[in-house]
Design a protein around this ligand. Structure first.
Ligand code: ADP
Ligand code: MG
Length: 612
């Protein structure tokens, strides 16, 4: 039995017993389905995308109020004249989607720029304001709400009973889970996951992080609105209470307790919290002898315990236990694999990257002082210098992570001033990071495939509907090719975080290569590698140079650099103190001074030996 079989068994079992369950159970299950829909949106937003929202209840309310208003307002009835009443809920759905889309996009555009604690705080703010808005708008019935919301009618069949509507709710939920699962298992899903590791890495892979953040936010909001639409037609009456901030916090509870990183965690969390709330609301008041929302206290304690013992929620633990009895799904062997687009490499010897008098000041500190340097296609250029010399700062300047205070960076003969790093990536720049930036929990092959992001075209909808399979197979094949080339074939299927740090650096190189770059920037690629691994890396770089790539490498291992580089530029205190071939640089007295006089860095052996 595989996981897929188990999921199917669950669906079949639910369908089989549905007709025989008592009404009460059907109602509870319907609620669980409604909540799980919102929580699944939060899994995408918070667990996968790394953006915390306490305000999802407001979007549930938007969906519910939109349809309630369309279905009951005399204004709408008057304007639409003789429209069939059976169509009104569908019109309400459309209206709710449009309104939620606009509101979420607008809110997202404003608030998602905020980082750290400001975003969650902001979601609390609009969560509160929506609640009061619903309660104070006269045409939405104020605090009394809207009564007389009709049942949904599908093909002449009225879904008035919870038993029939519950089928729709679970149908919608399961379809949504399927679509989200597909999305996460695609090129776009990798990009969404990359958001959590920080914008710098994702942007360097060519991902427009601002846009992706807004899209995930809108997606989660739309799922909440869909839940609200179903809710309104199930209750047939709405008021502001179920859309207040408390409930918004409960949705987050569900996602976190169930497991915010996993779609089924949303279902588990929704089920647990709903059932628990049901029980507690009965038991606690009689136990304590007075009425009140005591369950909130228990939830708080529960949250503490779960987060203490199961930091990733309950689902991963459950899945691990169940995994012992389940067969892993064997990856399907790819059929004929499409070729990915491959830009031709520039002619050997052409200048591909050029920094002209790049200066960077941090307040009074001059981290880069008029540094000029160029990289040609088919050469390895090394940038060396003691700690704090400004090498990483310079890397940031020439990869679009940060802008120079003065000076100019040109990539492929284009001025890059003010351009974000994804445009550097688009022009053929691939890079690695001094401090490894991988998705540690994802497999090596997924990490490397992220590097090929720009070479795919398929969007969110195509991914959700599995229309991207041919392209996805091509991306994964490319990732596998680069992994093999970098000597990591045996690790392709293990989580990247389980590798030694040196190997993780090599994974970063494979990821950069998957983008088919013309220029490769490597920040200390040999750090943490053993002798043989260094030799293998040197051979790989040699081969890449032979293929015509322009490579700029920052490296501390002098033996490695001196044997490999065609040209070397030496930085000290932000300024270039020497440049030339390895032999010229090693003979330069200024270089010897910089290294022997430096306190931060042991004198590089090769330099001392050459000088002696
Ligand atoms: P290297 O990579 O050569 O070791 P860095 O480029 O990291 O050196 O740092 C160069 C200098 O710039 C250091 O003195 C460092 O403290 C300073 N520096 C780097 N980044 C910043 C920053 N964001 N704000 C202020 N100072 C910085
Ligand atoms: Mg550095």
């Amino acid at each position: 039995m595989t996981r897929r079989h188990l999921t199917l068994a669950f669906i079949v079992a639910l369908a089989a017993v549905w007709g025989f369950l008592p009404d009460f159970s059907v109602t509870v299950l319907s609620y669980i389905g409604l909540y799980a829909l919102v929580a699944a949106g939060l899994v995408m937003l918070t667990g996968v995308g790394g953006m915390t929202s306490f305000g999802q209840a407001a979007f549930v309310g938007t969906g519910a109020y939109a349809t309630a208003w369309i279905c009951t307002s005399p204004l709408v009835a008057g304007a639409l004249g003789g429209i069939s009443p059976a169509l009104l809920p569908w019109l309400g759905l459309l209206f709710g989607i449009v309104v939620t889309f606009i509101i979420a996009w607008g809110l997202g555009a404003i608030t998602l720029r905020l980082s750290g604690h400001y975003l969650p705080l902001c979601t609390i703010a609009w969560g509160l304001s929506f609640y009061f808005l619903f309660g104070n708008l006269e045409f939405l019935g104020g605090h009394t709400g809207v009564a007389g919301v009709p049942a949904i009618v599908v093909g002449g069949l009225s879904l008035a009973s919870p038993r029939s509507l519950g089928v729709v709710i679970w149908g919608v939920l399961l379809l949504a889970l399927w679509a989200l699962h597909n999305l996460l298992d695609s090129r776009e899903g990798r990009a969404i996951r990359a958001l959590k590791t920080g914008r710098v890495m994702a942007e360097s892979m060519g991902v427009d992080t601002g846009r992706y953040r807004i899209k995930v936010f809108v997606l989660a909001a739309l799922m909440a609105a869909l839940s609200g639409w179903l809710y309104a037609h199930m209750q047939r009456f709405i008021n502001p209470t179920p859309f207040n901030l408390n409930i918004g916090i409960e949705y987050l509870f569900m996602a976190v307790v169930g497991g915010a990183g996993h779609l089924w965690g949303a279902v588990l969390g929704a089920a647990l919290i709903t059932l628990l709330k049901e029980q507690l609301q009965d038991v606690l008041p009689s136990l304590l002898g007075s009425s009140g929302n005591f369950e909130v206290i228990v939830f708080g304690l529960l949250m503490l315990v779960v987060l203490q013992r199961f930091a990733d929620g309950l689902w991963p633990t459950l899945a691990r236990l169940g995994g012992r009895f389940l067969k892993p799904v064997a990856p399907r062997p790819p059929g004929r694999v499409l070729a990915l687009p491959e830009a031709a490499l520039p002619a050997r010897g052409r200048t591909v990257l050029e920094a002209k008098a790049v200066t960077k000041r941090f307040g009074g500190l001059v981290a880069n002082d008029a540094v000029s340097l160029d990289v040609k296609a088919g050469e390895i250029h090394a940038l060396i210098g003691p700690n704090g010399a400004g090498k990483s700062t310079f890397f940031n300047m020439i990869s679009g992570v940060d802008d120079p205070t003065e000076g100019e960076v040109r990539l492929m003969d284009k001025a890059m001033t003010g351009k974000p790093s994804r445009e550097f990536a688009a022009l053929g720049l691939g890079r690695t990071f001094q401090h490894v930036r991988l998705l540690g929990q994802r497999r090596v092959i997924e990490n490397v495939a992220l590097g090929a992001h720009r070479r795919g075209r398929r969007g969110w909808i195509a991914s959700m509907l599995r229309l991207d399979r041919a392209e996805e197979a091509a991306l994964l094949a490319e990732a596998r090719r680069q992994i093999e080339r970098c000597g990591l074939a045996e690790f392709a299927e293990v989580p990247a975080g389980s590798l030694a740090l040196g190997q993780q650096r090599v994974v970063e190189i494979a990821r950069a290569l998957a983008g088919h770059p013309a220029v490769l920037l490597l920040d200390e690629p040999a750090a943490g590698l053993r002798h043989l691994e260094k030799r293998a890396l040197a051979m790989l770089l040699d081969q890449l140079r032979a293929e015509g790539l322009g490579i700029l490498v920052v490296e501390h291992d002098m033996e490695f650099v001196m044997n490999l580089a065609d040209r070397i530029t030496v930085l000290e205190f932000g300024a270039v103190i020497a440049r030339g071939t390895p032999a010229e640089v090693q003979a330069d007295p200024k270089v010897l001074d910089a290294y022997l006089g430096g306190v931060d860095e042991p004198a590089p052996k090769a330099v001392v030996e050459q000088a002696a």
